[in-house]
Design a protein around this ligand. Structure first.
Ligand SMILES: C[S@@+](CC[C@H](N)C(=O)[O-])C[C@H]1O[C@@H](n2cnc3c(N)ncnc32)[C@H](O)[C@@H]1O
Length: 195
């Protein structure tokens, strides 16, 4: 059933996480026993449902601002009996305010806003929690910026590169970059005092 949702999304050009990236994400959740998850960017609910299916005790808040996507995600989640585990919030991420603490924050929305999302939600991360960012190589374009003819796309890719540099140099965080997995996955954790 979820496989059908994935295939439909791919046919319709809905951007969903790549298989390798998803496998990494699910493995990370299992290994680190993540239970409370915040996802930025729901689309049709594919990655949220895959994460929820891992364990009945996992709960996911996922945020989507596109109305069509939101309705499709809600329907898919209902059809898969996952409504107890997944809350889809129909709003711009910028308006989602919460005191909840999450073990994992999966960031998969507007790539140009990754720096902003990091500052918005870092205080919602549990002590040993992680933020995982998708699309960190952006279809390989970060390696070949000068060949991008569209100015908008070039600016977007430059912002991704800037974000990568920013987090690398920020002493608050420990970073692991997996450029060879899916579309590039970045795992960010809080640096422990004295390390
Ligand atoms: C890459 S897709 C998410 C894919 C999904 N995580 C998956 O793998 O199944 C990104 C989604 O984020 C949504 N989005 C982008 N910017 C947003 C914002 N500022 N607030 C809420 N949703 C946003 C888009 O509408 C889009 O559906």
């Amino acid at each position: 059933m979820i496989e059908e949702i994935k295939n439909k999304a791919l046919e319709e050009g809905v951007p969903i996480i790549k298989d390798e990236g998803l496998a990494f994400l699910l493995n990370y959740i299992k290994e680190h026993n993540c239970k409370q998850i915040l996802e930025l960017g729901t689309a049709v609910g594919y990655s949220a449902m895959e994460m929820a299916k891992l364990d009945k005790d996992i709960h996911i808040d996922t945020i989507e601002k596109n109305e069509e996507m939101y309705h499709q995600a809600v329907k898919n989640i209902e059809d898969n009996n996952l409504t107890d585990q997944i809350d889809v919030h129909f709003m711009p991420i910028e308006e989602y305010k919460t005191d909840k603490i999450y073990d994992l924050i999966f960031v998969d929305a507007a790539k140009a806003q990754y720096g902003k999302y990091l500052e918005m939600f870092i205080d919602n991360l549990s002590e040993n929690g992680a933020m995982i960012f998708d699309n960190m190589i952006f279809h390989g374009l970060i390696y070949d910026i000068e060949s991008i003819t569209s100015r908008n796309l070039r600016n977007l890719v430059k912002k991704i590169v800037k974000f990568r540099e920013m987090v690398y140099n920020d002493r608050r965080f420990d970073i692991i970059m997996f450029d060879n997995i899916g579309d590039g996955i970045l795992v960010l954790t809080r640096r422990k005092c004295g390390t």
